[in-house]
Design a protein around this ligand. Structure first.
Ligand code: NAD
Length: 252
């Protein structure tokens, strides 16, 4: 089935999972708004998409900033058309054991993941409702189930699951689905930073993590991009309010 061409917004798409997702959605035939903190940082993803014959444009916005989100979604609508696909991917970690975690580190993580996904979804849903069609895919994490040193991140990622299920209930009748992807260990700048923080060599860290995973490998950014593509597909309209753990093995 050919997909109808839509406009997609992918947040945090300058690199990592977001960049791979932007490239994949463009390959699926969509126009893609590559959004990250700085427009300049988002340009390399746009170049990759354009080199492959796709359509994309770069946008700069902090997803936790209400005015910046409003302006960015207006700019996307002007340049690429009204967005009806949203991937809430932008994320940060500020890991520490609870007794050492500062209130600023708590707030920063809540701000990007929870406030950011809320503001982006609220801004884009207007266009989805007008079109009576939409797809919201939000990045959770296996850390939602609890992870040492990540009280802030785990709480935010669990919160996004509740957020997604509520969107699914509220927006389902308007042709909009909302789903979550909870990745396990994915090789990216984020997990490289974790290895660095722990003082462990990246290749050793990656190999040790792969050993604990049933399929015996680390996840790649394309594993997540592929799952986003599935949720966004026209034929996935009966899949709503779900959380899929993409972790090389079962998680509950
Ligand atoms: P990454 O650090 O490589 O990329 C994150 C991107 O988000 C960066 O380009 C960054 O500039 C952008 N960003 C950060 N704060 C932003 C803000 N306020 N506004 C706009 N953009 C902002 O991370 P990644 O590994 O690609 O992770 C992507 C998503 O997947 C995150 O939500 C992360 O929590 C989640 N995730 C990652 C893993 C993993 O193993 N890598 C596992 C589970 C979940």
């Amino acid at each position: 089935m050919t997909q109808q061409q839509r406009t997609a917004v992918v947040t945090g798409a300058a690199r990592g999972i977001g960049a791979a997702t932007a490239v994949r959605l463009a390959a699926d035939g969509h126009r893609v708004a590559v959004l990250d903190l700085a427009e300049s940082a988002a340009k390399s993803t746009v170049e990759t998409i354009e080199a492959a014959g796709g359509t994309a444009a770069a946008f700069g916005a902090n997803v936790a900033d209400e005015a910046a989100v409003r302006d960015a979604v207006a700019a996307v609508t002007d340049r690429l058309g009204a967005p009806t696909i949203l991937v809430n991917n932008a994320g940060i970690t500020r890991d520490n054991l609870l007794f050492k975690m500062s209130a600023d580190d708590w707030d920063a993580v809540m701000g990007v993941h929870l406030r950011g996904s809320f503001l982006m979804t609220r801004a884009v849903q207007e266009h989805m409702v007008a079109a009576q069609w939409g797809r919201v895919v939000t990045l959770s994490s296996v850390s939602a189930l609890g992870n040492r040193g990540q009280a802030n991140y785990a709480a935010a990622k669990a919160g996004l699951q509740g957020f997604t299920k509520t969107l699914a209930v509220e927006l389902g009748k308007l042709g909009v689905t909302a789903n979550c992807i909870a990745p396990g260990f994915i090789a990216s700048e984020m997990t490289k930073a974790t290895a660095e923080r722990l003082g462990v060599d990246w290749e050793q860290f990656r190999a040790a993590r792969a050993k604990e995973i049933p399929v015996q490998r680390a996840g790649e950014v394309d594993d997540i991009a592929h799952t986003v593509s599935f949720f966004v597909d026209e034929r996935s309209s009966f899949v709503n309010g779900q959380v899929i753990y993409v972790a090389g093995g079962p998680r509950t």
